[in-house]
Design a protein around this ligand. Sequence first.
Ligand code: TNX
Length: 554
Amino acid sequence: MKKIFGLLSLLILSFSSIAQNKYAIIPKPLELTPLAGEFTIDTQTKILIPKGAADIRPLAEMLAERVVITSGIQLPIEEADISNSLVPANKTIVFAPYKEQVMNKMLGDEDYILKADAKGVILAGATGKGEFYALQSLLQLLPPQIFSSSLEKGVKWTVPACTIFDRPRYGHRGGMLDVARHFFPVSFVKKYIDLLALHKMNKFHWHLTDDQGWRIEIKKYPKLTEIGSKRKESMKGHYNDWKFDGTPHGGFYTQTEIKEVIAYAQKKFITIIPEIEMPGHALAALASYPELGCTEKSLKGGPYEVTGIWGVHDDVFCPTETTFRFLEDVLTEVIALFPGDYVHIGGDECPKTAWKQSAFCQALMKKEGLKDEDELQSYFIKHFDKFLTSKGKKIIGWDEILEGGISPNATIMSWRGVEGGIAAAQQNHDAIMTPTGFCYLDYYQSDPSTEPLAIGGYLPLEKVYGYEPTPKALTPEQAKHILGIQANLWTEYIQTPEQAEYMLYPRASAIAETGWTSARLKDYDDFTTRLKIHFERLKYLAVNYAKSYYDITA
Ligand code: TNX
């Protein structure tokens, strides 16, 4: 009897987890009501889009493309007068224009409604972006094989019936990729963007310059890529115990490639935030144009070179007229390329050693009434805040730009903990939370002795998932300045796309859920249950996610 009982409860348990898995959407939607029944895509299914909806057609094509690749079924896309009701015509997937009456919800530009029943599916959004997120949810309601790149035989292409009303928690849901420490080809940058989009992330922070490489073509300064994009060799081994590896490393993106990536990201409703580092992390630029440093000789007595040593370097941009004109010219080309509102100007880890030793800097400080080098750094950043603001852009800087006085229009990226974000919000500045202890996906995700070499730290999935971006110290008014959360992937110890994927997933899925899902709906057990299906999706997408996590969901 006991045995039968046990068997029965096991059955019920696995049934309920199957039931849950039917709706295994990551990030978890705000309201999801499961309904009985399902819709099945077959050869008679059609996609309907509103008449003349040029912005919606590409979304319909994305869906049709997934379906034809994986099932062989070519869904026709037809324009129609789409009524306002949520009752789909038979055998249709409808991209419905949003009307206020739909489910009595007011939809913001990232919100959407999805309704699936036995007859069909309706995706409704106030904008293409909302519709795009509805589409992401639809794809996740389909069997994971929908993400495959080849024909998947014997799959029933069903969508479990449900209604969803969904809305993100934060406006900034980002992922950063450091392409300076190791260069990643355009193909991988696009895959990184695809994966952000799958998770309804909307910002791609592209870390394009650093001591170890300059990766963006600047037409006015060709040496940045001729010289600055290459280094002789890199550190091998951990930074406590390393040798040079003897192999050169290099790479950069032409402006044509940059435009291609921007257009690609736009189709997935992802805004790119380019980062041009200043005044520190500048060795690749100094090696290309030595006149930008405080002296043509490095502090160590040799000419500047693109370094293969990780960490912080004393040689930085000198705040001269020459440097300011150079960086203005660089930023002018950058803003001509990137249509987003923000440009990231770095600002982190700028040692003051060179400025302290420079007669020019000391005289400048005196002239400008700056009491110390922190104020000189602030003077530097304020110059570029003013410059970029005059061009209609807003600046983001790492939290060090708070030191010596924050620039009037700056948004702070809080990385050395959460204090920078708190201080920014208290001073009425926006902040993006990306503290090392929760968002640094270059840290180890499990026992270092069982993991490939990483920079250090210990940041398992559960800890990432548990992070709450809005600090409790803030008043509700101040809390509005917390724009969101970001996953950072620094790549000193990450040399290949495969390793990047391994470090990113599934931890970036956890960050995506924190960025999107209301705090009261977050539940780690529920997340890992959905993750089991999500791993299947990642498998079909050929993502080298960290398989060790499979155990926790088995
Ligand atoms: C600190 S985060 C840095 C990066 C490193 C990273 C390694 C930040 C603004 N600066 O230059 O790559 O640590 O985890």
